[in-house]
Design a binder for this molecule. Structure first.
Ligand code: GLN
Length: 527
């Protein structure tokens, strides 16, 4: 098949960090998609970690996992959800990885004695990643992490400057995201930081083609004219990035300002109307006067912002699918008190690592089972459901995971010898197929005999306990294709009790939800 020549959109940030570049990038992407274009998205960061897997979630929120098992920060989650696309390890590129590859090539002698330099060797490697093939995309959107003026950002900026020159200026659009703060005293939005940031970008040889200016209110015509005058671009290419209460409203806010028309103008494309019905549907949902359903999430990373980002999203999506408001009650597993669960409509135990809070999670699984409250277990949430069931139903009192105890009945254990998993006990990462047992709740939910879900864990339910579990009423309803790894468990004699060894939240879409979460919220509504 002939490969298309995609167009490229680069998003940089200025003035301050955390302005929401990723969401701005994919909102523009969504407008392109709504006109029928195929859009792909990538993240480039300056930092020197070779990949984000070694970075503390305390700094970066949850660890997101792609189908191909790459651990990334949560930006890729935004891209995948918003654009409904699948990304891979080549879509999250750090400075560390680029330097690592160049230095390894140097050690191998690949440069044949040449002097290895930032330009061209590092910049060429970055350009290689920018231009890497991407599913026949019409547009590749690249977000540059950090803020213009950061030392680390310089080599990235130099690379995109060169790239535009290489492939032709009209095949590349530079979008710069800035801030216009509001000053109480003068009652004004201030445009100077935007002017200065755009000038700083120009120092790297990059003229912004579009500015998105974050501000507490819409920019007035005169403010856009002023910014345009100082920043070298027409007033109509200055877009207000006005604050909204939900990120899915952003594409509509951009649409109202003709952002697509500006992109079409820049790239020489036809300006046509788009189908934004999927965002209108969410907008309508958000404004509805809806019934509320309360879900207890029994976890332990609540002090880390965004630690459960994808999970919160998946529950939000399930609310849309069920047309109900989902309220999450955060229950600290470490201070677990069954009273905290009184009155909630359903209980969810999310993934986690380490012993802290484990007893509370086990007690929550027990509470859900005994009180017939809908239960959804995610990864560790499946492991605690099994431990609890073995102890309290099958009567094996010392059942536990070897993650937490060396002297236990090891129902949850490291399973060496399974193909593709290193004997060292490294994490099982990325998408794995799972066969679903006919006649089960899992089959009803997924409506398919074979599914694929993403994993990030080290321990497994040992299949040798299957007979004990099933004799007491817990069914293993999903397994790896070779039958050796249990992937889903359920209790048929319960209104809704199901758990997976995987992280379904990584594949939930705001437009279609995820079957497991949609069914969970539907069950909560009935309880
Ligand atoms: N700590 C468990 C394991 O490593 C569960 C991990 C998780 O919930 N992601 O298997």
């Amino acid at each position: 098949m002939e490969q298309k020549s995609p167009k490229y959109i680069f998003i940089t940030g200025g003035v301050v960090s955390s302005l929401g570049k990723g969401v701005a990038a994919v909102s523009l992407g969504a407008l392109l998609q709504s006109r029928g274009y195929a859009v792909h998205s990538r993240k480039f960061d300056g930092y020197l970690n070779v990949d984000p897997g070694t970075m503390s979630p305390l700094q970066h929120g949850e660890v997101y996992v792609t189908d191909d098992g790459f651990e990334t920060d949560l930006d890729l989650g935004y891209y995948e959800r918003f654009l409904d696309i699948k990304l891979s390890r080549n879509d999250s590129v750090s400075g560390g990885r680029v330097y690592w590859e160049v230095l390894n090539a140097e050690r191998r002698g690949d440069y044949l004695g040449a002097t290895v330099q930032t330009i061209p060797h590092i910049t060429d490697k970055i350009k290689e990643y920018i231009a890497a093939p991407a599913d026949n995309a019409d547009f590749i959107i690249c977000e540059l992490g950090g803020t213009v003026g950061d030392m680390e950002a310089n080599v990235l900026l130099e690379s995109i400057r060169q790239f535009a020159n290489d492939i032709g200026r009209r095949n590349v659009m530079f979008v710069h995201l800035t801030l216009a703060p509001y000053l109480e005293q003068s009652g004004e939005l201030k445009t100077k930081p935007t002017q200065q940031s755009t000038r700083l970008l120009l120092e790297s040889g990059i003229q912004a083609d579009m500015l998105i200016v974050r501000s507490p209110r819409m920019l007035e015509q005169s403010e856009r004219e002023k910014i345009g005058l100082f920043c070298n671009l027409p007033e109509r290419s200055v877009i207000s990035g006005v604050n909204v209460d939900n990120i899915y409203k952003i594409p509509l806010a951009y649409e109202a300002q003709d952002m697509f028309a500006r992109a079409a103008e820049h790239f020489g494309l036809e300006n046509k109307a788009g189908d934004l019905s999927r965002f209108h549907r969410i907008e309508k949902y958000l404004s509805g006067d809806l019934q509320e359903v309360e879900i207890a999430m029994v976890g332990k990373y609540f002090d880390v912002p965004d630690a459960y980002k994808s999970l919160n999203e998946a529950l939000f999506h399930a609310g849309i699918q069920n047309n109900v408001r989902v309220k999450i009650k955060k229950v600290d597993a470490e201070k677990f008190d069954p009273k905290d669960l009184a009155g909630v409509s359903a209980i969810l135990v999310p993934g986690g690592f380490g012993a802290r809070g484990i007893d509370g999670k086990i007690a929550a699984a027990e509470y859900a089972r005994e009180n017939k409250i809908p239960y959804l277990g995610i990864c560790l949430g499946m492991q605690v459901a099994v431990i609890e069931f073995m102890r309290n139903v099958a009567g094996i009192k010392n059942a536990h995971s070897t993650e937490f105890s060396d002297k236990c009945e090891p129902v949850i254990d490291i399973m060496p010898g399974h193909d593709k998993i290193d004997l060292g006990g490294t994490l099982r990462l990325g998408a794995y197929p799972c066969f679903i047992k006919p006649g089960t709740l899992a089959e009803k939910i997924y409506g398919a005999p074979k599914i694929s879900e993403r994993h990030r864990h080290r321990y497994e339910l040992n299949i040798k306990y299957e007979n004990i579990l099933s004799a007491h009423g817990m069914v293993i309803s999903g397994k790896s294709p070779d039958g050796r790894l249990p992937e889903i468990i359920e209790i048929p004699d319960h209104p809704f009790y199901i758990a997976g060894q995987f992280h379904p939240e990584f594949q939930s879409s705001p437009y279609t939800g995820h079957p497991l979460f949609t069914a969970f919220i539907a069950a909560a509504l009935k309880s």
